[in-house]
Design a protein around this ligand. Structure first.
Ligand SMILES: *[C@@H]1O[C@H](CO)[C@@H](O)[C@H](O)[C@H]1NC(C)=O
Length: 344
């Protein structure tokens, strides 16, 4: 797009591109966006217009709209509001890394102390690139403190017990989020796998919330370490951060709750209870559960390949599976494109 990019412009370009490849609008299942205002604006946003177009073609059937799952996760991280930590870390690292004399002197200080790795570059590109930076900053905190003092630029925050705890907590929590992010990356993911990862992370958050409320930082090794040397036992501040993060996750991923029944059928078609399901697939599920041949195939094949075998005997179940297999089908490709753009 070379001119303005209003919601109407984006919509026209999008419809044009899809029509050029001959998309059958009646079969559109879901649309995932980055949640920008021009996308999700209630009245004239791209999502609303897109939904209207799809539902006029499919006679008003369900059409799902999401925020991109990876983007959502990054937004959840922002709710931690730990800019007080990041500001100091980035300023200090920039001071050391962006002047070559400082950088060389700092590296030789590290060599004297038998450290193999120096400080990584900080790239603004991704929130999660902070993980490596924070980790190294924390590990090298004594050397950094010494170096900055020798340079006449002492970092006063190193003397604040509270700030050191915040730093340690931030290291731990970004590492947890990074692990989640790794689970969400990758080609050929099915939406139910994304949902599993999110669900599991929410349960971990609940566990941490309870533990921190009782002053236990079992899964926050850096925080635990700092608090032990400072003889601090009150973790309420951090418990509140985790509560905030949990609330953010619950709110942002609410829409998956509505799809949970479909997810269950899709992942465990042989063990769901047919009477709990929508009428339109009850009979097919009963047939399937008594189909020994299919049962063998289910055990042997992956979720995505299993459903290719169901036609023509199970049209409604196949349609349900096709719907779920489409969701977030291009998320990984989009992420890769964004990465390439950011690097450029
Ligand atoms: C499949 O779904 C259609 C439309 O909802 C319904 O009319 C039909 O009875 C369903 N088939 C079975 C076997 O339940």
């Amino acid at each position: 797009m070379t001119d303005t990019t209003t919601a109407a412009d984006i919509f026209i370009a999008l419809v044009g591109a899809l029509d050029r490849v001959g998309v059958d609008w009646s079969r559109a299942v879901s649309l995932a966006t980055d949640g920008a205002p021009s996308m999700i604006g209630k009245k004239a946003g791209v999502v609303t217009k897109f939904r209207e177009k799809v539902q006029s073609a499919n006679r008003g059937r369900d059409f799902w709209t999401f925020h991109c799952i990876l983007h959502q996760e990054a937004l959840c991280c922002k709710s931690l509001k730990m800019d007080n930590v990041m500001k100091v870390v980035i300023q200090t690292v920039n001071f050391i890394r962006s002047r070559s004399l400082n950088h060389r002197q700092f590296d030789s200080l590290l060599r004297e102390k038998d450290h193999i790795y120096g400080l990584p570059y900080h790239t603004e590109v991704r929130w999660l690139s902070r993980v490596a930076l924070l980790r190294r900053f924390f590990d090298l905190r004594e050397e950094i403190e010494q170096f900055m003092e020798e340079k006449g630029k002492p970092v006063l925050e190193f003397h604040s017990a509270e700030w050191m705890q915040d730093l340690a907590f931030m290291v731990d929590v970004t590492e947890h989020l990074n692990n989640l992010n790794k689970q969400l990356q990758g080609r050929n993911k099915v939406v139910t796998q994304y949902y599993d990862s999110i669900r599991s992370f929410k349960l971990k958050l609940s566990l941490w919330e309870t533990q921190l409320a009782g002053g236990d930082a079992a899964h926050f090794p850096c925080l635990k370490n700092v608090c032990a040397t400072q003889h601090v036992a009150d973790m309420k501040r951090f418990k509140d951060k985790i509560t905030g993060l949990l609330r953010e996750f619950e709110q942002r991923f609410q829409i998956f709750g509505e799809l949970e029944k479909d997810f269950n059928v899709f992942c465990s078609p042989f063990t769901v209870n047919p009477s709990d399901l929508p009428v339109s697939i009850q009979l097919e599920i009963i047939d399937l559960q008594c189909d020994s041949d299919m049962k063998g195939k289910f055990a042997a094949a992956g979720l995505d390949t299993f459903y290719q075998n169901l036609l023509p005997g199970y049209p409604n179940l196949t349609a349900l599976a096709a719907k779920l297999l489409c969701m977030f089908g291009t998320t990984y490709v989009c992420e890769q494109v964004f990465s390439v753009m950011s690097i450029n």
